[in-house]
Write a protein that binds this ligand. Structure first.
Ligand code: FAQ
Length: 311
């Protein structure tokens, strides 16, 4: 049976078709997906924090309503992705435990503070922009539930990116102080946003196998390059500068060259030593504990419903 399963799996991957939850799959494939999809879910949930920080201080009622909707979208993405991960056989409380114990990672970007209102613009434009560049190819991931979840998530991320761009556009066409605030936010988020794509290809242990399995469609560096090429003209349209003196068009390659990123900083953030790691985890743990009564009430309600149906 194992052999028949493997043959079926290999054929599906070779045909660039989809694996569904009940299909046989190699243990490594299952493990890789649980890792990537759950870490993606954790990122969405932890990613609510930097922006939630600004809901009470948004500069207008309209901005506040938009920001609240965006943060709620991230919660929805997280829950959606946890459901996709659960179809691989790992229950949600286990995934959650892996996050709270520090065993599972979440995106490095969310360990940076959101200091000013302009950061809401930079996060929307650069962080959601990087998320889209990374996630559009994931709509074609070979695992059905993950690919399908990505379709809707990408649509919502596109709206998020445009709202961020619009915040920055307005600030960069405002007073000199507002423009400076927008530039400062871009200066701080540019490098960390490029690091969202992961380590350089020659230092990315998972890429080769994930690409062979049609989970990842492009390498980390390919997507990073695509993102840089995309944001250079957008920065010009915003009237803002990207903080990289080595950024320049390379006629021969048909791409922008850009400077080396600070990979020591990246490693240190992933190792838990970024500016906000401790705060983010504390807040998550607290929210989990505060939600205990909701989980208990839901379980009790389900138990009563099930009992009522039996009588
Ligand atoms: N941060 O071998 P690779 C969002 C880890 S978007 C932390 O290259 P892989 C939307 C990696 O897990 C953000 N860790 O790994 C939003 C691995 O460690 P492990 C979430 C990182 O998986 C916007 C190790 O380094 N998006 O949330 C990072 O092939 C605004 C070696 O790396 C996704 O998760 C990093 N930046 O490629 C929400 C997208 N990079 O697991 C709120 C789906 C790498 O072996 C507000 N994920 N690591 O212990 C992916 O596409 C891939 O997992 C990559 C990494 C590309 C992130």
């Amino acid at each position: 049976e194992e052999q028949a399963g493997q043959e079926y799996f290999d054929r599906v991957i070779a045909e660039d078709s989809r694996i569904e939850p009940r299909d046989w799959m190699p243990e490594g494939y299952r493990k890789t997906l649980v890792r990537q999809v759950s870490q993606h879910a954790h990122s969405e949930i932890i990613g609510m924090q930097p922006e939630a920080n600004w809901i009470t201080r948004a500069p207008s009622l309209k901005r506040k309503a938009i920001l609240m909707a965006k943060v709620q979208d991230e919660a929805g993405h997280g829950l959606y992705l946890y459901s996709a991960a659960e179809t691989l056989g790992t229950p949600r409380h286990v995934l959650n435990q892996q996050l709270l114990s520090g065993k599972a990672k979440y995106s490095s970007i969310f360990n940076y503070p959101a200091r000013t209102w302009a950061d809401m613009g930079a996060i929307g434009w650069l962080v959601d922009g990087a998320a889209i560049a990374n996630q559009v190819p994931l709509c074609r991931a070979s695992y059905g539930p993950y690919g399908r979840a990505m379709v809707r998530i990408c649509k919502e991320e596109s709206f998020h990116q445009r709202q961020g761009w619009e915040i920055l556009f307005e600030l960069s066409h405002g007073t000199p102080a507002q423009k400076q605030m927008a530039q400062d936010a871009v200066n701080r988020f540019y490098g960390p946003a490029l690091q969202m794509f992961g380590p350089p290809d020659d230092d990315s242990p998972n890429s080769r196998q994930s690409m062979a399995w049609n989970i990842k469609r492009f390498s980390n560096d390919e997507l990073r390059q695509r993102f840089v090429d995309m944001i250079v003209p957008q920065a010009e349209a915003l009237g803002l500068t990207l903080p990289d003196p080595d950024l320049k068009w390379n006629e021969e390659r048909g791409h922008y060259d850009f400077g080396e990123l600070d990979w020591n900083e990246f490693k240190s953030v992933i190792a838990g030593k970024g500016p906000c790691n401790v705060q983010r985890m504390q807040r998550r743990r607290q929210a989990h504990e505060n939600g205990a009564w909701v989980r208990e009430a839901a379980a009790e309600y389900a138990r009563k419903e099930a009992a009522a149906q039996q009588t």
